[in-house]
Design a protein around this ligand. Sequence first.
Ligand code: BG6
Length: 534
Amino acid sequence: MTQTDHQHQKDGQPQKAAPPADDTTMFIFGASGDLVKRLLVPSLYNLDRDGLLDRGMSIVGVDIAKHDDESFRGHLKDFIADKAADKHAEGGGQELDEDHWQDFAQRIHYLQGDFTESDVFEHIKGHLEQADSDNALFYCATAPRFFGDIATGLGKAGLMKEGDNRYRRMVVEKPFGHDLESARALNAQLLEVMKEEQIYRIDHFLGKETVQNILVARFANVLFEPFWNNHYIDHIQITAAETVGVEKRGSFYEKSGAMRDMVPNHLFQLLAMVAIEPPAAFGADALRSEKAKVLGALRPWPREEVRENSVRGQYRAGRLQDENVPGYRDEPDVDEDSNTETYVAMKMMVDNWRWVNVPFYLRTGKRLSARDTEIAICFKPAPYAQFRGTDVDRMNSNWLIIQLQPNEGMWFDFQAKRPGPELEIDTVKMGFAYKDFFDLPAATGYETLIYDCLTGDQMLFQRVDTIENSWRAVQPFLDAWAEDDSVEGYEAGSEGPQSAHDLLERDGRQWHKIGEVTGPGVAPVPGSSRRQTD
Ligand code: BG6
């Protein structure tokens, strides 16, 4: 986790600059794929622009597609220039600096090869022998079925052997396995040819500034931690709502569905950030041990309790942002009878001392009413209401809303006296919006993660035990759904299936409205009317 020198506070105070990473050759497998042009190379360009890459560092794209250095650079540049000019694109809004690009592009190369064959690894070896530095970072941006073969190929060619003056690391994209068994098998295959310290299992949510801020909010302030437990917290909601549909990823998504795509990785990582015990040190081992513990404490539901604690939904045609959008079954590369879920809601329990009886409700879905990734923490109501005419049962709760995107910040609902001769209590809001205090640089979110791979900081990467504990907790859902894959339709542009609302209602609770927190100000509080008067 680093701070780059282009981050400034609003008062112009620059943040501490990080040093450039060591000279390295970075090999990217699957170089002609979408991720590389959309996120990886733009992030490397941003890091270079900020002086965080060594001047000698080279990037070698490896793939089966036909390219040479020049055509590969051209293919990347056209895409990146268009995206940089588009202020709505992720990490966009800052024109490409032509001179800088020319300089940066000279360090990009291409190696054509089939990574299921051993030849390619011999070529990589040859390439490294010519390089100034012996350090190498191997990035798997391929389809997941190649991850294991690439690791084995690197291992057999002796490419993962480290020495006094050289490191060898491998980055593995998600999805890491498609269930507990396959995740274990992949871990075993990797660990046969490399050590855990060489493996960087990436989860791009952890590259988001606001996700990292959860730890800072919790552990750099004295205010929150004393209340962060079952004595004061009633329940926690974690939402990752998207307006986009499945886009062009139908064939991938058909096999994955919302659960595998979002839950054991992104949503559980958010849950872990909220629920972990304070780590003994701010370092990769201590933090990841705490995460593994809390994910290991997630209650695996018995098969017969899965249905009552989860909801599978699939979007139907509807209207979103003034446009008619098709249903999932009409998307390209999707089966017309598909029962793949595009929405999932679930209730999880963390079986430990701190969180006993505090449900964590998780939901994620595509084609929902608004884009909103947030953690909503509902505190228990005040134990006693001494105000005349105000019934304790009708007092609103305090809510802390941590919005991770698109309006990054934190908002806190509390009760205040409405001015006037009558004693009237109303719910008001205190807020912190990132944009009011910091300039958030145009960034993809991958910058921090790539820099960390290059500098050997594993703090924001998944460890073998966090991966396996996460799959263990979702496995009962996958098993139950394999027997009964019925899925409930919801209209595109809505807040999800009715059963998801029933899931909370059964517990006497309500979902926080998707996209409701858009900045400081008063917003309706779920669960009761805003006005508390008689
Ligand atoms: C990816 C999923 O990991 O995360 C996508 O595969 C999803 O389906 C995306 O859209 C969401 O990420 P973000 O950063 O846009 O919230």
